[in-house]
Design a protein around this ligand. Structure first.
Ligand SMILES: Nc1ncnc2c1ncn2[C@@H]1O[C@H](COP(=O)(O)OP(=O)(O)O)[C@@H](O)[C@H]1O
Ligand SMILES: [Mg+2]
Length: 354
């Protein structure tokens, strides 16, 4: 067990590519931290620096209170799980699980104990004599997890471990990883570009953008009180509606001459209203239906705001049968609109209840 501390960590690759631009982050002992951000924002680079697979340009990484900058990966007491599983194809599952421990000259009884324990936890005891080629994607992923578990490391590092699985299996494995981590209480740092995976797994959610931390906190903190437009639109699906100042004025959402701000409101904070049925503390916009997505129990109706290119999505219960081109009126509680600085993207309004 160990906390992971990053202090002003930077990475400049050859050719002057600054992939990580000064990241400070503290992951408490036993916590599940998820690093999320778009492709190329530096997630893998950061994880690989913690693992020791990539040299740290400046700053410090400590694991369990020990600065590990100059330690080899094998000396850092971490176990890494990759997207491509990295199993040895010619070895049985049992051999794959044993491999790292044998290399460390762990006594044979201890190896057997740990392999049996991991196989039991992961429900792969029946697969120990098979080779990776004889396993399904989900089973391979479990074996990769098993190989991390038998090491009994101070921390687990995951780099998009579920990306190669189909959608259904991904959801199942996600829940399994979360259960496993809760049970073992091993500090974990997990990288993904999938915001839903990030939301559902994290104790500590860290949004990375172009090599910098945009915001970190609990998933609901980031969802309800995003520090920036980037976080507001990255977290949540479908994404938060964004209304530029000009369009908001034209639509009568804010008075002419009001200070410039980009507005944001989530689809679930809006509803369709007939005529003037909106209440006094709601703002109303007139839209023209541009698309309907029926998800099952609910639908998302998207409408164009006036003559602008701005589209606003509204969550409605059940199966919406609105046709494109139909006029519709949507209302949202005034307190649900967030305001962002149009230049920096920083949130400038308080969030009610925050
Ligand atoms: N070995 C490398 N040499 C040079 N640039 C790299 C190398 N690895 C990654 N990069 C660059 O660093 C940035 C971050 O990459 P990466 O950490 O892989 O992002 P992510 O995992 O978030 O998709 C990207 O611009 C990428 O092109
Ligand atoms: Mg990556």
């Amino acid at each position: 067990m160990a906390a992971i501390e990053l202090q002003d960590v930077r990475k400049v690759y050859a050719g002057n590519v600054e992939a990580v631009k000064g990241v400070s982050l503290s992951i408490p002992d036993g916590a599940f931290a998820v690093l999320v951000g778009p492709s190329g924002c530096g997630k893998s680079t950061l994880l690989r620096m913690v693992a020791g697979l990539e040299a740290i340009t400046s700053g410090t990484v400590s694991i369990g209170g020990r600065v590990v900058n100059d330690l080899e990966p094998a000396e850092r007491d971490i176990a890494m799980v990759f997207q491509n599983y990295a199993l040895y194809p010619h070895m049985t599952v049992r051999r794959n699980l044993e491999y790292g421990l044998r290399n460390r000259r762990t006594p044979a009884e201890e190896i057997a104990r740990r392999v049996d324990e991991a196989a039991r936890i992961l429900d792969i005891a029946g697969l120990l004599d098979r080779r990776p080629g004889q396993l399904s994607g989900g089973q391979r992923q479990r074996v990769a997890m098993g190989r991390a578990i038998v090491r009994e490391p101070a921390a687990f590092l995951f780099d998009e471990p579920l990306s190669n699985l189909d959608a259904k299996l991904r959801v199942a494995m996600r829940a399994e990883i979360r259960r496993l981590q809760r049970r073992l209480r091993t500090t974990s740092l997990y990288v993904t570009h999938d915001q839903l995976e990030a939301m559902t797994l994290a104790d500590v959610l860290v949004v990375l953008n172009a090599g910098r931390i945009e915001q970190s906190g609990t998933p609901m903190e980031l969802y309800e009180r995003p520090a920036s437009l980037f976080v507001a639109t990255f977290i949540g699906s479908p994404a938060m509606n964004v209304i530029p100042h000009g369009a908001a004025v034209a639509a009568g959402l804010v008075p002419q001459g009001a200070p410039e701000a980009t507005l944001g409101i989530r689809p679930e904070h809006m509803r369709l209203v007939e005529g003037l049925a909106a209440s006094g503390d709601e703002a109303v916009v007139d839209l023209e239906v541009s698309g309907v997505e029926v998800v099952g129990a609910e639908s998302y109706v998207t409408g164009r705001l006036g003559s602008s290119a701005v589209e606003i999505s509204v969550r409605v219960p059940g199966h919406s049968r609105l046709e494109p081109g139909t006029p519709m009126r949507a209302a949202g509680g005034r307190a649900a609109f967030l305001r962002f600085d149009p230049q920096s993207g920083a949130r400038i309004s308080a969030v009610s209840g925050a």
